[in-house]
Design a protein around this ligand. Structure first.
Ligand code: PGA
Length: 250
């Protein structure tokens, strides 16, 4: 059975002490959970402290990005091996902010996906349409294209290390959420697209998270949809109480 997952993407927020405080708050509020996997993604400088702090906890740690090559002259970049050496086994790839502000293309993401999987890491692969795409009724085509170009080259065996995060760009950080029906419609389409390419079992097993202005007040109705297996949470994951409330909404 596929897993329910609630992941917090802390983006470029929280310094060392603030991160520690948030982690302590989460450990306190999420001391026992059984039906949901919890992942947090602090910024690079706080990852090591987070893996140490969460050693006795079931909360997992993810990086927000990584470079596609092993090592070398790439000033400012971080490799999969470096992440693994500090106990980080999961990485978010393809977030719309990386695509929009840092020029990450589908081709680049395909290569980052390969590197992560070759290093036995789990990938949280993000994708989603912009508002204009939806207005032009191109949202299904855009999503299908992002999936096919960035992810569908992987081998069947690697799907067990993939988590999908559908994040319509118009809903990220805007306070505007896709309706539960819009989320379900797209998630069902994503699952169907995977089934066509890789078969029903893989499509059934992969967790598809929704992201975009999920809050304690709307999480439950979104997560209740049959093809929504949890959420990737930005703003509302920066506060222990609200993130725990979202996790409990599963
Ligand atoms: P948001 O961000 O919850 O603040 O909309 C979601 C995300 O960017 O993953």
């Amino acid at each position: 059975m596929r897993k329910n997952i609630v992941a917090g993407n802390w983006k470029m927020n929280k310094d060392l002490l603030e991160t520690k405080e948030l982690l302590l708050g989460l450990k306190d509020k999420l001391s026992s959970f059984s039906n949901v996997e919890i992942i947090v993604a602090p910024t690079f400088t706080n990852l090591y402290m987070a893996t140490e702090e969460l050693k006795q906890s079931e909360i997992q740690v993810a990086a927000q990005n990584m470079h596609q090559t092993k090592s070398g002259a790439y000033t400012g970049e971080i490799s999969a091996g470096m992440l693994k050496s500090i106990g980080v086994e999961t990485v978010i790839l393809g977030h719309s902010e990386r695509r929009a502000h840092f020029g990450e293309t589908d081709e680049l993401l395909a290569s980052k996906v390969n590197t992560a999987l070759q290093n036995d890491m789990t990938v949280i692969f993000c994708f989603g349409e912009e508002l204009q795409d939806r207005k032009e009724n191109a949202h299904f085509a855009v999503v299908e294209n992002q999936l096919k170009k960035g992810l569908f080259h992987i081998d069947e065996v690697n799907w067990k290390n993939v988590i999908l995060a559908y994040e319509p760009v118009w809903a990220i950080g805007t306070g505007e959420t896709a309706s539960p029906e819009q989320a379900q419609e797209m998630h069902a389409f994503i699952r169907k697209t995977i089934a066509q390419a890789f078969g029903g079992t893989i499509a059934d097993e992969v967790s598809i998270l929704y992201g975009g202005s999920v809050k304690p007040g709307n999480a439950q109705e979104i997560f209740a949809k049959s093809d929504v297996d949890g959420g990737l949470i930005g703003g509302a994951s920066l506060d222990a109480e609200s993130f725990a409330a979202i996790a409990n909404a599963i």
